[in-house]
Design a protein around this ligand. Structure first.
Ligand code: PAF
Length: 295
C-alpha cells in the first residue's frame, strides 16, 4: 500500500494510472476502521483496478466540538487493516492540505452556509431539512464540501459508501448529479455486530453494558420491518418510539419512516414507492444512527 499525504503527489500518481485506463475505486473514511469499512474496500476491490482509501477526520462536518475532539483516531491499526484488505493507496491529508484558513473560519461563523463548493453551489433542498440535517446543522454541507474536494483530487470512476449513513448517500448522489461529476456511487450494506448493532467507529466509545443495551436499536428496526404487514405507518412509528424510550439510558433524537428517495416523512404506505425507517439516539455520551429499508 502506498501512503500519500500530499494531494498533488497523489494526483500525479493517479493521472499516470488513469493513462493506463485503470478503473479507480475510492473509499473515503474518517478512520477508526472496522469490518464495515473493510466491506467497502472489498466491494471496491471487486469493482475497480486500483483502490484508494482516505482517512481524514473532517472538521467541517462536526457541529459539536466535543464530538470532533473525541472522535476515535487509530491510525496504526487502520493501516494494518487496510494492508490486510489489499488496499492499494491510502491518502491521509493534513487539514491544511484540504482547507484554506478562510474556509475553516467561514465554517465557524456561518454553519449553514450553502455556497461551499469553490464557486459552485449545490441546492440540497428538503433533503437536508430532515433527520440528520435537522439535528446536526451544517453537517451535510461539511460532508459534501470534503467529499467534493476528495472527488476533485482522486477523480475516481467509482466511490463506495455505507448504507448506515442513508441520508449521507442521498446527499452525495444529489451533489454528484448537480455538479455533473462522472462518478458512479455505490451503496454497501450495513455490517452488524453479532448482537445486531450496526458497526460504527463511535461504538468504540460504548461501555460493555451500553454495547449490550444498543442491540435494542436493530431489534426495534427488524421488528418494525416485520410488523409492516399488520400495522399502519403511524402505529409502527409509535411502537418503535415507545420501545426505544422505555430504555432509560436511551435519549431518542428521532425515529422516522420516510420516502427512501426524498427522505421526507410519510404517514401512509402509498405515499412512497420505497420506504426506510431511520433512527438516531444517544446512549450515554455516544450518538448512534441506524436504519432499515422497509419496502
Ligand atoms: O461517512 C464518513 O465517514 C464521512 O462522512 C465521509 C464520507 C468520509 C466524509 O468525511
Amino acid at each position: 500500500m502506498i501512503i500519500f499525504n500530499s494531494a498533488q503527489q497523489l494526483k500525479i500518481y493517479l493521472d499516470n494510472v488513469k493513462d493506463q485506463h485503470y478503473i479507480v475505486g475510492f473509499v473515503p473514511t474518517m478512520g477508526a476502521l472496522h469490518r464495515g469499512h473493510i466491506s467497502l474496500i472489498n466491494a471496491a476491490k471487486i469493482q475497480s483496478d486500483i483502490v484508494v482509501c482516505s482517512i481524514f477526520v473532517n472538521p467541517t462536518q462536526f457541529n459539536d466540538l466535543n464530538d470532533l475532539q473525541n472522535y476515535p483516531r487509530t491510525f496504526e491499526a487502520d493501516c494494518k487493516l487496510l494492508e490486510t484488505a489489499h488496499c492499494d493507496i491510502l491518502f491521509i491529508p493534513e487539514v491544511s492540505e484540504l482547507y484554506t484558513f478562510e474556509e475553516l473560519e467561514l465554517k465557524k461563523e456561518k454553519i449553514e452556509d450553502k455556497s461551499w463548493t469553490e464557486g459552485k453551489t449545490v441546492d440540497f433542498g428538503s433533503l437536508v431539512e430532515v433527520m440528520e440535517g435537522a439535528h446536526r446543522p451544517g453537517h451535510f454541507n461539511g460532508v459534501a464540501q470534503v467529499v467534493s474536494k476528495f472527488f476533485r483530487i482522486v477523480e475516481p470512476n467509482k466511490a463506495f459508501f455505507g448504507q448506515k449513513d442513508f441520508q449521507q448517500l442521498a446527499v452525495i448522489r444529489k451533489m454528484v448529479k448537480q455538479l455533473n461529476m462522472p462518478i458512479e456511487i455505490f451503496a454497501c450494506p450495513i455490517i452488524r455486530e453479532s448482537n445486531g448493532l450496526a458497526m460504527s467507529s463511535r461504538n468504540e466509545r460504548l461501555s460493555a453494558e451500553e454495547r449490550n443495551l444498543a442491540s435494542i436499536i436493530s431489534k426495534t428496526l427488524f421488528e418494525v420491518k416485520e410488523l409492516q404487514t399488520t400495522k399502519t405507518i403511524v402505529e409502527l412509528k409509535s411502537f418503535a418510539e415507545d420501545q426505544l424510550k422505555a430504555e432509560p439510558k436511551i435519549e431518542l433524537e428521532y425515529f422516522e419512516i420516510s420516502d427512501a428517495d426524498s427522505l421526507q416523512p410519510i404517514t401512509d404506505y402509498n405515499q412512497a414507492a420505497t420506504a426506510v425507517a431511520c433512527v438516531a439516539l444517544k446512549l450515554g455520551n455516544v450518538r448512534l444512527i441506524d436504519n432499515i429499508v422497509l419496502y
